[in-house]
Design a protein around this ligand. Structure first.
Ligand SMILES: [Zn+2]
Length: 478
């Protein structure tokens, strides 16, 4: 686990004790907080899946057309023994479609990892070693024919078709991997088991990848030398049909805002306004934060701002944090309402495109204020609902992308009243910049001396459109 500066119990804000790698404990509250993949978590999650009884479950797809099952299994057992892997072998019933069979196999598996393979004699058992060695680097490891060191020993026409299919899926589904039709894969079971899988055919290979990426898990390919058995032409045809039939549904799933990499991909979006928006937001915020030493990004999502320098990044969605591991910054799974940090830990706090997604509540602002040191900078970005341009854009966006972010903006703020509110909290507005003339980004300075906030100001209506006097006098803005 990367050390997180200022980390504290969200309930009592006292020091936490490290219990090995897997938990943090608060002695005052007698509470333990779990650490997932190096990410301390202060948000209760649903209980985990079945306990592991083996290191590895091997799910073997048997062919019902006379494949050399016994020979394959014997070679596999020998290889597993020589690698000293504690395992179980599950031969999957071949009476159903590939997707249904695989799902049933996953339900049976009790290994910490699950390996899937075809018992058709198309592989040398030595493929196990690189795939097993990669288990700690990624939650999905694909034995790939099309990465360097891999090979596909099959007739030319068939190989050409296989490569074409793989390239089409790679581009069409924005899955940057070379071998999407390889059934030779290893998964971390706890991750794959939690996925709501629906595909019934060979399209399940794509569905699993899309959902794993959506959850922020890592995918890696290792080289695989493949020798095609005589009948793999039919396999390829069924693979193609299955994937073409469900391509639309897979595309929609891949491009959902729920996907962990959505914000990061928006930076390179082919939609000009979306690309401009992300890049401008990045530029405005990183400019305002320049020179800060101890930075916290609250509600970081998977946006590239996390990768712009040293900072602590917090989000309520664990999947986005799993994705953000690639930036190498300390990550915390927590809530804006109870920030798990000591008072005055940071000299700069970033909170962009967050406050419109949570209910109007004093605590949002008092928590951001609390973890900031006196004289520190708060960078607060949210759409300006006082501006017609934003309201028009949001209306349009809601119609073009139903189910998109527009529907999730539950609290609407306006510049005049939000500025007045923050000033009344003892902050100084140094600057306000805009993204596309719609999203306002405040650069605020916390007073160097303690400020008594006389009476908590109401934020009930999100401070939109109300008269300035109403806010200043503490009446509810309507
Ligand atoms: Zn505590």
């Amino acid at each position: 686990m990367i050390a997180v500066p200022g980390l504290a119990c969200p309930a009592c804000r006292k020091e936490l004790r490290t219990d090995g790698e897997a938990t943090l404990s608060c002695d005052t509250c007698s509470v333990s907080y779990p650490v997932f993949d190096g990410i301390p978590s202060f948000v209760p999650l649903a209980p985990g899946g079945r306990p592991s009884r083996h290191q590895l479950s091997v799910l073997v797809s048997a062919r019902n057309d006379g494949a050399p099952l016994d020979r394959v299994l014997a070679a596999l057992r020998q290889e597993l023994r020589s690698l000293a892997i504690d395992h179980e072998l599950i031969v999957m019933d071949s009476g159903s479609t590939y997707g249904r069979t695989l799902r049933r196999g996953l339900e049976q598996a009790t290994g910490e990892y699950v390996l899937t393979l075809d018992a058709d004699g198309s592989h040398d058992p030595s493929f196990l070693h690189p795939i097993w060695a990669a288990r700690t680097d990624a939650e999905v490891v694909i034995a790939s024919r099309y990465v360097e060191g891999g090979s596909a020993d099959m007739p030319r026409a068939r190989r050409a078709l296989s490569r074409m299919l793989n390239r089409g899926l790679r581009r069409g589904l924005s899955l940057p991997y070379s071998d999407l039709s390889s059934g030779y894969r290893m998964y971390r079971r706890a991750a794959v088991e939690a996925l709501p899988l629906e595909a019934t055919g060979f399209d399940i290979l794509q569905e699993i990848l899309i959902r794993m990426v959506a959850e922020g898990y890592r995918v890696r390919e290792v080289p695989f030398r493949y020798q095609a058995p005589g009948r793999s032409r039919a396999w390829l045809a069924r693979f193609a049909v299955s994937n073409l039939k469900t391509f639309g549904a897979m595309w929609k799933l891949r491009n959902s805002i729920a996907s962990a990499d959505y914000d990061a991909r928006a930076y390179d979006s082919i939609i000009p306004l979306q690309r401009y928006w992300q890049r401008r937001r990045y530029q405005v915020i990183t400019t305002m934060a320049a020179g800060a030493q101890r930075v916290l990004d609250v509600g970081c999502g998977s946006s590239r701002i996390i990768g712009s320098g040293r900072m602590v990044a917090l989000d309520i969605v664990l999947a986005k944090l799993r994705y953000a591991r690639r930036y190498g910054n300390p990550l915390v799974h927590g809530s804006i309402f109870d920030l798990p940090f000591k008072d005055a830990t940071f000299d700069c706090v970033i909170c962009s495109e967050v406050v419109e997604h949570v209910p109007a509540d004093e605590r949002v602002f008092s928590e951001l204020d609390r973890v900031l040191e006196p004289g520190g900078r708060l960078i607060l970005g949210t759409p300006d609902y006082d501006r017609w341009r934003w309201r028009a854009l949001e209306w349009l966006y809601g119609r073009l992308a139903p189910g998109g972010y527009a529907d999730e903006h539950i609290t609407h703020y306006g510049r005049t009243n939000l500025g007045a509110y923050l000033t009344a909290r003892g902050m100084t507005v140094d600057a306000v910049d805009y993204v596309a003339g719609s999203e306002m980004v405040f650069s605020l300075r916390k007073s160097a001396a303690p400020v008594a906030v006389v009476s908590p100001l109401p934020v009930a209506a999100g401070l939109r459109g109300a008269r300035k006097e109403a806010v200043a006098s503490g009446e509810p803005a309507s």
